[in-house]
Design a protein around this ligand. Structure first.
Ligand SMILES: Cc1cc2nc3c(=O)[nH]c(=O)nc-3n(C[C@H](O)[C@H](O)[C@H](O)COP(=O)(O)O)c2cc1C
Length: 351
């Protein structure tokens, strides 16, 4: 019998283990991606919150830190997405992950260059559509997953997607250990993808004060809100979220405008570029005008927690799995521990 932990995902990505570190804005830095890659997993660099020049420099930095394959995540509607595609191709990045509105021309360009295309989906019909558009492998994110998320839990989404696509599927949303990996493989997935678990590793840049809030959270403290940017976002309930939820529509508007101005400074994007990107998101996600205006809230509020280390003053995107995690291993300790535990579970099942 072959090694059950050597899946089609390992072959596509060229990695040892079917364990993926997903992209997280300001968290999936070159250090975290390289830490994952050097430990035999597949890491994705979070370029959705970067200017194209910054993304190019970050890709180069990963290259300096590892000779192993890694991936890049970006939004196909973000300002300068075409330049990020060129950086991916030019640097021979192994895979690109994306969600929301896929751009057929970008996908074609990347596939021609041999880049593995990895969309994340939250519904079976989106998985089918993504495969038609050229996906080589699909990540499903169940509703318990962190950040922007859907309503279908992993336990229902995974079999539904496995029923309708033939490409390899990675399960995301709620995974943190080798038991989950064994379960996903038993379901028929080709591996797992994890965000929150990797946020809480030694190579993650998140300041201790913020990490402590993740450790303190119970499963039920991780809730879904639309108050951040109008879309369902899974976050840890904190003082800041309470304040957001108490605000009137006028304070919501004032906050959105202030974030827009702050984001313009942060991103270096011009007003026409930001408007184009907001309008593209508006039509792809069918957002209302208020939701469109709120788009800049997420990056501004998340940075306060993830970069500035002020967990009470910002947003803490998280999967519910934070409620089960209370340690900060290195990526190598995490991945080796998961592999060992998954092998033990699979061996026990095989008798
Ligand atoms: C702090 C944080 C930031 C995230 N940022 C992004 C992002 O920039 N792009 C993206 O596609 N997904 C993002 N996500 C979603 C994750 O990539 C991943 O799909 C999710 O965390 C999986 O669920 P889990 O947290 O239960 O492992 C984020 C999640 C977290 C927790």
């Amino acid at each position: 019998m072959g090694d059950p932990l050597h899946t089609r995902a390992c072959d596509l990505f060229g990695v040892r283990y079917p364990i993926v570190q997903t992209a997280m804005g300001w968290v999936a830095t070159p250090e975290l991606v390289a830490g994952t890659a050097n430990a035999g997993g597949m890491g994705f660099l979070a370029c959705a919150v970067m200017h194209p020049d910054e993304a190019d420099a970050a890709i180069r930095r990963v290259r300096e830190l590892t000779d192993q394959p890694f991936g890049v995540n970006f939004l196909m509607e973000q300002p300068g997405a075409d330049r990020i595609v060129e950086s991916i191709v030019e640097h021979g990045v192994r895979a690109a992950s994306y969600s929301r509105s896929p751009n057929a021309a970008f996908i074609e360009r990347m596939k021609k260059a041999g880049v593995v295309c990895v969309p994340t989906v939250g519904a079976a019909r989106h998985a089918e559509k993504a495969v038609k558009l050229g996906a080589d492998i699909v990540v499903i994110q169940g509703g318990e997953g962190g950040g922007h998320t859907g309503v279908v839990p992993t336990s229902l989404l995974l079999p539904a997607v496995l029923d309708v696509v033939d490409v390899p599927v990675l399960a995301a949303g709620g995974f943190h250990d080798g038991r989950g990996l064994a379960a996903a493989l038993a379901w028929g997935a080709d591996g797992v993808a994890m965000g929150t678990r990797f946020l809480l590793t030694a190579e993650s840049p998140v300041p201790d004060a913020t990490v402590d809030r993740y450790f303190a959270a119970g499963v039920a403290d991780v809730v879904v809100t639309r108050e951040v940017d109008g879309m369902p976002h899974r976050v840890i309930r904190n003082e800041f979220l309470d304040r957001l939820e108490r605000g009137s529509s006028l304070t919501r508007l004032a906050r959105a405008l202030a974030s827009g101005l702050e984001y313009r400074k942060m991103s270096g994007a011009s007003i026409p570029e930001l408007l184009r990107s907001a309008l593209a998101m508006r039509s792809s996600d069918k957002l209302t005008p208020t939701q469109t205006l709120m788009a800049a809230n997420a990056p501004v509020f998340i940075q306060r927690a993830m970069v500035d280390g002020r967990p009470a003053d910002g947003v803490l995107p998280s999967g519910q799995v934070a409620g089960l995690i209370s340690d900060r291993p290195t990526c190598a300790q995490l991945i080796e521990g998961m592999v060992e535990q998954a092998r033990a579970r699979l061996a026990a099942l095989a008798g």
